[in-house]
Design a protein around this ligand. Structure first.
Ligand SMILES: Cc1cc2nc3c(=O)[nH]c(=O)nc-3n(C[C@H](O)[C@H](O)[C@H](O)COP(=O)(O)O)c2cc1C
Length: 390
């Protein structure tokens, strides 16, 4: 996809990739790379986009498509568009109280926002700022007591959907973060370079770093009392990823969560069947946006087989590489009931705050509408593989 990299600063963004370019100009390099990058050689991250681009829609003309409905029912909720703003950790580093801004944009568009465990704004702040409580994303933590506490907080804040992320038994190596000295044990010069990168972005320092409340992990403050910056949480968070978790732990979560439960990070039909056996309501076909194991298939490739395996037992959602509303329709045609987006909203909030996210959702909504009309369809919920060119 082309974007406005060659244009002067004043470009009016028209696409998600225009927002990516604006975010690149606005953010410290270490933060832009944290959002933009993936694991290892980033092959899976690229494949998410490329494989979806290679999927073709079937143009069908001369049908009455004067009334078109892009809405869909997901986990007991009617979504105005088949889009969910997926969990993005540390989003509050990208713009002032960014999770609140994004949740407001999601509410205005009639779609859900998923609050990450490792958000800057706590779930209560996000819930209070909107009329639509966020869905809550949880990692399976070693400290089961803390996980229980987080579930109770999310439920009290009104969350009705828990998204349990299960593809983080260990963390994939993200080389951009190593180069930018935000992970590992950087030496003095590397740390100095990192500091200079921040200093070179005074607007970010004024509005985000020093613009309001301290940047802490709002959902984890009780776990790390006295922490004042994201770095203070690092050791605790790193120690919480638990490589010993199994489907039995999902059963434990199921017993402790009254609302709908979705597991995120399934890429294999057998795992999807096990998830359905464990009693979840939905699975998200996801490779974490190519940020975990590189060299695994793109989600566009993995999705159809998983939808065939469990689509009649649980709701199948998917994410990875969705950059346009046409991509959304393709994912739905491949078997997803709705899609999650990550980087698109992160770039938009970094570039233009709430207004940017609203615009991205409006553009995607318009794309979806056009795709419905020109594939000869009137209802997004009825889109299936017949909408694809064979
Ligand atoms: C910067 C960043 C942070 C993320 N943090 C989380 C997280 O805290 N929890 C989670 O389950 N997924 C996280 N993800 C993965 C996203 O929820 C989603 O699976 C992925 O971004 C989808 O791919 P896309 O960015 O191409 O849309 C993160 C992704 C990015 C880009």
């Amino acid at each position: 996809m082309r974007y406005a990299a060659d244009r002067p600063l004043g470009v009016a963004p028209a696409t998600v990739l225009d927002y990516r370019e604006l975010a690149r100009r606005r953010l410290p390099r270490q933060l832009f790379d944290y959002v933009d990058g993936g694991a290892y050689e980033e092959a899976t991250m690229r494949a998410n986009v490329a494989d979806l681009e290679a999927v073709l829609l079937r143009q069908v003309v001369m049908r009455d498509v004067s009334a078109r409905d892009p809405s869909v029912e997901v986990l007991g909720q009617r979504l105005a568009l088949p889009i969910v703003l997926g969990p993005v950790g540390l989003a509050g580093m990208l713009a002032p109280r960014a999770e609140v801004q994004v949740a407001r944009a999601a509410e205005a568009a009639g779609v859900p926002f998923v609050e990450s465990t490792v958000s800057i704004c706590p779930v209560e702040e996000v819930a209070e700022a909107t009329g639509a409580p966020p869905w809550f994303q949880l990692y399976v933590m070693r400290d089961r007591g803390y996980a229980e506490d987080l579930m109770a907080r999310a439920a009290a804040a009104g969350s009705r959907v828990l998204v349990l992320t299960i593809d983080l038994a260990v963390v994939g190596a993200r080389h951009r973060d190593t180069r930018n000295a935000v992970v590992g044990s950087p030496g003095r010069w590397a740390r100095l370079r990192r500091g200079l990168d921040l200093v070179a972005h005074p607007r970010w320092i004024a509005t985000v770093a020093l613009g309001g409340r301290p940047l802490t992990f709002g959902n984890l403050e009780k776990a790390v009392p006295g922490a004042r910056s994201p770095a203070d949480f690092k050791d605790w968070v790193d120690a919480q990823f638990d490589p010993s978790v199994t489907w039995e732990d999902v059963a434990w979560i199921r017993d402790n969560w009254e609302g709908r439960l979705v597991v995120k990070g399934v890429l294999d039909p057998d795992d999807a069947r096990r998830a359905a056996d464990a009693g979840v309501d939905g699975v998200v076909v996801s490779n974490h946006g190519g940020r975990q194991l590189d060299a695994v298939p793109s989600t566009a490739r993995a999705l159809p087989e998983i939808a065939d395996a469990v689509g009649d037992r649980v709701e199948v959602l998917a994410d990875g590489g969705v950059r346009t509303g046409l991509d959304v329709v393709k994912m739905v045609a491949l078997g997803a009931r709705a899609v999650l987006i990550g980087r698109p909203w992160a770039w938009a909030v970094a570039a233009r705050g709430e207004a940017g996210v609203r615009h991205v959702l409006a553009v995607m909504g318009a794309d979806i509408d056009t795709a419905l009309a020109l594939t000869g369809q009137t209802s997004l919920a009825a889109v299936d593989r017949t909408a694809l060119w064979r």
